[in-house]
Design a protein around this ligand. Structure first.
Ligand SMILES: [Zn+2]
Length: 259
């Protein structure tokens, strides 16, 4: 299996992903533009069999209809996406494991918070978690907003219960490239975070189209403020030294909204 990130060159900085299997079939996650997906399919000589949508927002589903028309592929997503996700053919459920090929499976996480029809997907190779597709739930150095049908208290539960505990070497494949801005937010809250400063230098010159920077869950523990809820410097900056971790998360989310 190979994962090919496709940067979509739009102002929202979306990523679409191709998941290439050894029999030359492939899945596409969150197709933004059918033409761009078709070019990538041709480039890698792949046949599209399945579209997966992490959630129902248009910037993650607008390629569905044209790709279904052209490839007669299936569309998999959250059951709550019914009526909102174009051409949905299969509702996935939490903890479901989908075999992709020999020793490789996708485990479905039900991850409400950004919306209530949001799924994330952990790639397991030989029983080991290797990568996670996080849609708009977890970003590099940040988390999703809750403006369009979400709830920050629910997002807190999802992030702490399902992402803080993933193994450190799991690679994060998010729905958008927000790394640079998010690192600036981290440094605004925690000026002494040397790891965030180092990554910011790399992020400023990185080209998401040709060589997107990939972080791991271990990296997120180092510089994602939403993973660092106990950190005294972040708490001092917020003026909330003794608040609960949940209240710190909510304060961070509110601050990021207007930052
Ligand atoms: Zn999005």
């Amino acid at each position: 299996m190979k994962i090919h990130p496709i940067y979509t060159h739009n102002s929202l900085r979306n990523f679409t992903y191709l998941i290439e299997l050894s029999d030359a079939s492939c899945l596409v996650l969150d197709p933004w533009d059918d033409k761009q997906v078709n070019e990538a399919l041709q480039q890698h000589q792949l046949n599209l069999s399945v579209i997966i949508n992490t959630h129902e927002h248009w910037d993650h589903t607008q390629g569905n209809q044209a790709l279904v028309d052209q490839h007669q592929c299936e569309v998999w997503a959250h059951a709550n996406g019914e009526g909102k996700i174009p051409c949905l053919t299969r509702s996935l459920t939490a903890h479901e494991s989908i075999p992709l090929e020999n020793n490789i499976e996708l485990k479905v996480l039900d991850t409400p918070g950004h919306t209530f029809a949001h799924l994330c997907f952990v790639v397991f190779e030989q029983g080991q978690a290797k990568a996670v597709f996080t849609g708009d739930t977890l970003f590099n150095a940040g988390v999703g907003n809750c403006h369009n049908g979400g709830d920050p208290a629910v997002l807190y539960q999802t992030i702490t219960e399902q992402f803080h505990s993933l193994p450190d070497d799991v690679i994060v494949y998010p729905g958008h490239d927000y790394l640079e801005n998010n690192l600036r937010f981290t440094l605004d809250l925690e000026a002494s975070n040397g790891m965030a400063a180092q990554w910011l230098e790399k992020a400023v010159i990185a080209d998401p189209a040709n060589n997107p920077l990939l972080t791991t869950i271990g990296d997120e523990h180092q510089f994602n403020t939403f993973f660092r809820l106990k950190n005294p410097e972040i708490r001092t900056t917020l003026g909330l030294p003794d608040s609960s971790e949940k209240d710190i998360f909510l304060a961070l989310r509110a601050r990021r909204n207007s930052w």
